[in-house]
Design a protein around this ligand. Sequence first.
Ligand code: GDP
Length: 189
Amino acid sequence: MSNSDVAKCPKNPIPEYAFIGRSNVGKSSLINMLTQRKSLAKTSGRPGKTQLINHFKINDEWFLVDLPGYGYARVSKSTKKVFQKFITEYFRKRKQLVCGFVLVDIRHEPQKIDLEFMQWLGENQIPFCIIFTKADKLRPSQIEKHIENYKAKLLEDVWEEMPQYFVTSASKAIGRDEVLEFIEQINQD
Ligand code: GDP
């Protein structure tokens, strides 16, 4: 089911897990890797495509929610940066939401918008994990270094500890079992 309105999202009371990140982070590829479908989520490369909240029901047990790439909304006559309203509404209002997965490209330095989004989630007490994507692009030693760097940045900001994180690659199917086991474990509890 696809929607741009939180009020019209499915009414099913099953748990849901939302995937979000900046455009091009590899979200569609990750979702296709997790679900082992070639094109369940449409790989983008096209900024500005319709912004929809996509619910995919997995094994009749949970919803995988594909949220659009986030960015700052333009608020007229204001210099304050805010995220698009339907994204913040989704996270604030969606009672079925168990955990958000914030995707970041493992190659990149921590980006302001990602850090601010995580901070916003924290302030609103919304549980989330970090998913590092495109791990195949780095050597293992570099992966460690980039994660340490990310952690240092988070701890330097507002966080007391590194949130739970996963290292993934859609091209090499890395991290699939870890993410799915994490979800299944919570669903069983
Ligand atoms: P989205 O905009 O976040 O949905 O990102 P896409 O899934 O469309 O991926 C953006 C680009 O990154 C595409 O060119 C993908 O082929 C590439 N990409 C996505 N995941 C991976 C990955 O795990 N490894 C590599 N090497 N490239 C990836």
